[in-house]
Design a binder for this molecule. Structure first.
Ligand code: GCW
Length: 679
């Protein structure tokens, strides 16, 4: 059944006769140079994949014959003798080499890395070539990740609920662990390894200290064991108050010797169970979480204490910069920068600071976070969100690669032109060795893992971009579609068009022209721009859109909150002038009069209506496009997406009507000519 469980790792017989023939001619057997756990995992995957895709028995050989695929590491003498070391120096620690070579008159394909995990990644990459119907007759590929730490953050709770999870319960079955190993754990590891993800934080950043007790560490160790052959390290979200909660201490003050000692011992203990433990992820002093500031200490004091405990074992601390408080009456946009920038250079070298892509909170569109480029002495980890907290949960089809790329490609101008966010993140502009990109997972116990067949694409796209942020959103969509649905060109193109347009369409029906944070209170689903009742002002949509009789938008220029001052002058320039500011970001930075004339010649009010209507209408277009695919993909997933698009269409109209009617109470202007006034 086509229930989506296999994700993009579908190995069904290739349905194109010419391609199938080419592959059968070129592939007959495999040979692995050793049988360590990682190479065994690679062999299992390659055999399964090849036998499925080629519908042919693939044998294992000790001899090099024509059509043999030879897999191993650069240290193997045979591989060493037939592959130039040049290739291996480009592959680095985790990269791979795929080369067609003729040796002793035998034509073979070599898949190898400097490490076993590199070879494993190479096997997945090779299978991807077949799944996407590439010509494999003369391969010469070298690929290495641009970013070291490619990480999923699960916001999974101990009771298996998932904060902001929309695809069922947590796949971690804490109750049955460590003795019962769910098949999903391995399939999860396979999926991640196939796209190069090498780190996972298992539990919610709103952490439960119980995760650090022996009972749970043993369960964590069992998962780590399953993941290890696939090159994946486990991390845990650490609750800062753990020394008090589970350690019996009176304080969690990071400068207290007993507290420091408690963490040291805890780290030592963790490594006895999990020798390759990655380290801690920490949310401190944000949204009621405890942290060093609880004891009048700084983020640096807190992070460095944990870093010192982990350092002897090679562990790292990923400390989140997602901080803001209600007591601080300054624009929420500015708070993370103000709190963190002063500590640039003050963190231990095994501390990374994890920054959300934008300054508020995973909105459909945000400008890049001003911390990128502003802390040159500190490695910053990108934090994206796959689970669509603000983008229609797992109900709306929104392909996020364009959102990720928009942020990665943004120019911080911190070291002159072309200091893109991606260069900050990959360490190239500030010369960091330790680099990372993380994403909040959208994975749950639903059969298809993500609750929407297209949400799988976001998981996939994240991994691919963490490996190589130069890939385009279109390239990634193309390969994902071919692996997941079909290689029929017309269908690939149609699906790709839907995917590539989906994010902008969503912005249009939710938050066009730079509107942000106008969604339903607390659950964050649907529109509620009128909401003004939260105990915390900074959770009220009215705080963000500031609509009044004159206009709408948040003035973040020098006449307003002056958040723009946090950007480098050249970057600031893109936003600070009302007339030249890209209209996609307009209301992020300016309070604009309803009658203001936009680039289109329309008034702001008309343009706002135009965007909302275009967004909702475009979902109808998505439906039409999808409907044209009937028969090109399996009925099950076809119908599933069809139903989801029907909901999306209704809800796009809901967003449009709610926002237009509400904002109309301020503009007091009619809808543009020809637009139907919502009831
Ligand atoms: O987006 C907000 C969410 C919280 C989340 C927080 C965070 C884990 O609404 O649910 O808490 O961000 O990123 O810490």
């Amino acid at each position: 059944a086509e229930n989506g469980y296999e994700l993009w790792l579908r190995y069904y017989k290739i349905d194109d006769a010419a391609i199938l023939q080419q592959y059968r001619n070129n592939i007959s057997s495999i040979q692995f140079t050793s049988s360590t756990p990682t190479l065994l995992a690679a062999k299992e995957e390659l055999l399964n994949g090849l036998q499925g895709l080629l519908d042919k028995k693939i044998t294992e050989q000790n001899l090099i014959t024509n059509g043999c695929i030879l897999v191993g590491t650069s240290s193997d003498p045979v591989i060493h003798s037939i592959i130039s070391s040049n290739f291996f120096s480009k592959a680095g620690k985790e990269g791979y080499v795929i080369q067609t070579v003729t040796t002793n008159q035998k034509k073979v394909i070599v898949i190898a890395g400097n490490t076993e995990v590199g070879a494993l990644y190479g096997c997945f990459a090779f299978l991807r070539l077949l799944q996407t119907h590439q010509n494999i007759q003369n391969l010469s590929i070298v690929s290495a990740p641009r970013i070291q730490l490619r990480m999923l953050d699960h916001w999974d709770n101990v009771n298996r609920t998932i904060e902001r999870g929309y695809a069922g319960m947590s796949i971690w079955n804490w109750h049955k662990l460590p003795d019962y190993i769910d098949k999903r754990y391995k399939d999860y590891a396979r999926a991640n390894a196939s796209i190069g993800i090498n780190a996972v934080a298992l539990n919610n950043v709103n952490a439960n200290a119980i995760m650090l007790t022996k009972d749970y560490l043993i369960k964590v160790a069992a998962l780590a064991e399953v993941f290890r052959p696939y090159g994946i390290k486990v991390y845990l979200s650490a609750k800062f108050s753990a020394p008090v909660e589970i350690g019996g201490l009176k304080t969690a003050d990071p400068l207290d010797a007993q507290v420091q000692n408690w963490w040291k011992q805890k780290a030592d203990e963790i490594y006895t169970y999990i020798p390759n433990f990655g380290g801690f992820l920490v949310k401190a002093n944000s949204e009621e979480q405890p942290g060093p500031q609880t004891y009048n200490r700084t983020h640096a004091d807190g992070a460095n204490m944990l870093a010192d405990a982990l350092a002897p074992h090679g562990g790292i601390v990923i400390w989140r910069a997602f901080v803001y408080s209600n007591e601080n009456t300054d624009d929420r946009f500015k708070q993370a920068y103000n709190e963190f920038k002063p500590f640039d250079g003050k963190f231990r070298n095994n501390v990374l600071i994890q920054v959300k892509n934008g300054p508020i909170d995973f909105q459909p569109r945000e400008p890049f976070h001003p911390l990128f480029g502003a802390m040159p002495h500190t490695p910053l980890v990108m934090e994206f969100q796959l689970t669509q907290e603000y983008l229609g949960f797992s109900t709306h089809l929104v392909y996020l690669a364009p959102l990720f790329k928009e942020c990665l490609d943004a120019d911080t101008y911190e070291q002159g032109k072309n200091s893109t966010v991606s260069k900050v993140i990959d360490g190239s502009s500030e010369d960091h060795k330790l680099t990372g990109m993380a994403a909040v997972a959208n994975i749950g116990s639903d059969i298809d893992w993500t609750g929407h067949p297209f949400a799988q694409a976001n998981w996939y796209a994240f991994g691919r971009l963490a490996w190589d942020h130069e890939l385009s959103a279109a390239q990634i969509a193309d390969e994902w579609i071919r692996q997941t649905f079909t290689n029929i060109q017309h269908a690939v193109d149609t699906i790709k068009n839907i995917m590539l347009a989906s994010r902008e369409i969503t912005v249009d029906y939710m938050t066009p022209l730079g509107l942000h944070h106008i969604m339903g209170y607390s659950h964050h689903y649907g529109p509620a721009p009128w909401y003004n009742a939260a105990q915390r002002a900074d959770w009220n949509p009215v705080y963000y859109h500031k609509a009044d009789s004159l206009g709408i938008g948040f003035d973040r220029t020098a006449t307003g909150s002056n958040a723009l001052a946090q950007y480098a002058p050249e970057a600031r320039k893109q936003f600070q002038d009302l007339h030249t500011c890209d209209e996609k970001y307009l209301l992020w930075f300016h309070h604009v009069e309803w009658n203001y004339k936009m680039h289109s010649g329309r008034s702001l009010w008309d343009e706002l209506c135009y965007k909302y209507y275009a967004g909702a209408d475009s979902v109808k277009w998505m439906q039409q496009q999808w409907n044209s695919l009937k028969g090109f993909i399996d009925d099950e997933r076809f119908e599933q997406v069809q139903m989801l698009l029907t909901i999306q269409q209704k809800e796009a109209v809901w967003w449009r009507n709610a926002c237009v009617l509400y904002f109309q109470t301020f503009s007091r202007m009619p809808l543009p000519k020809g637009f139907e006034q919502p009831a």
